[in-house]
Design a protein around this ligand. Structure first.
Ligand SMILES: [Zn+2]
Length: 263
């Protein structure tokens, strides 16, 4: 376990995580043996079922299982149930969250890869997000279409705010929930800002600015799922370098909370 954790922490250094974040090994025995790793965005009951069925000893997740203060671990409460099941099954959990957002070949780069952005730089001075240039300018609706085709399908789908026909050359991307970086996107002077989990008022206020980029909302889970194949490659390369055999599986369970859209 400790060796696998050291590979992951080399790729996604904990020092890149935001101060409020809780990354690294959160459940399990650092000295246990690992020969099968399951990668997922979220650790849900269904993902625990999958890990048990696979015989995985480690779940690598993007979202921390226990981000906020925990005062009870009870099987009749959702988090407590998941933690208890994990411990009973001998399955550990490692999370790389804002450190994986910021790291090279992390979440933001995985989203930037869908649009083949070049000349990349972080969107903010903490290394979060990416700003880059499209291989050729495209109408905003074509950028949204490329994203819709490049991320896993979700009920909410990809949404666009602003002028769909605006020609886009430069794009800012933040996987997950990026409304805290709306001002940074506008300050970066990009033609289009791609993120997720945008609420009505922040989106409306942002688009009312004369210099506002086009806004594209990619569902939180779908954007972050893109990181899993990259994380698996990183894990497998490190295992190969160390001369270890580790099997890995990317979870295909859709942990997006929305399952139905009407109208
Ligand atoms: Zn997220």
């Amino acid at each position: 376990m400790g060796e696998v954790v050291s590979w992951l922490e080399a790729a996604y250094p904990p020092r890149l995580a935001e101060e409020w974040d809780r990354v690294g090994l959160s459940v399990g025995d650092p000295d246990a043996a690992v020969d099968h790793v399951l990668l997922t965005v979220d650790v849900t009951d269904a993902v625990v079922d999958e890990a048990v069925a696979l015989g995985a000893q480690l779940i690598v997740a993007h979202h921390p299982l226990l981000l906020r203060g925990v005062h009870a671990v009870r099987v009749d409460q959702p988090k407590g149930r998941v933690v208890t099941r994990l411990i009973r099954a001998g399955i550990a959990v490692f999370s790389a969250h804002t450190n994986a957002d910021a790291a090279a070949d992390g979440v933001a780069d995985a989203l930037a890869n869908v649009l083949a952005l070049t000349d990349r730089r972080p969107l903010d001075d903490h290394g979060q997000g990416r700003v880059g240039t499209l291989p050729a300018p495209l109408p905003a609706r074509a950028v949204a279409q490329a994203l819709a085709e490049g991320v896993p399908t979700t009920v909410a789908g990809v949404k666009l705010g602003g002028d769909p026909d605006r020609v886009v050359a430069t794009v800012g991307v933040v996987g997950g929930a990026g409304d805290s970086m709306l001002d940074a996107a506008r300050a970066a002077g990009v033609d289009c800002y791609v993120t997720g989990d945008l609420r009505h008022h922040p989106a409306q206020d942002f688009l009312a600015h004369a210099d506002a980029p086009v806004l594209i909302d990619v569902p939180h889970w779908a954007a972050e799922w893109l990181w899993l194949p990259a994380a698996e490659r990183t894990l497998q390369m490190a295992a190969q370098t160390a001369g270890r055999a580790v099997t890995s599986t990317i979870s295909r369970i859709n942990t997006d909370p929305w399952v139905l859209r009407l109208g």
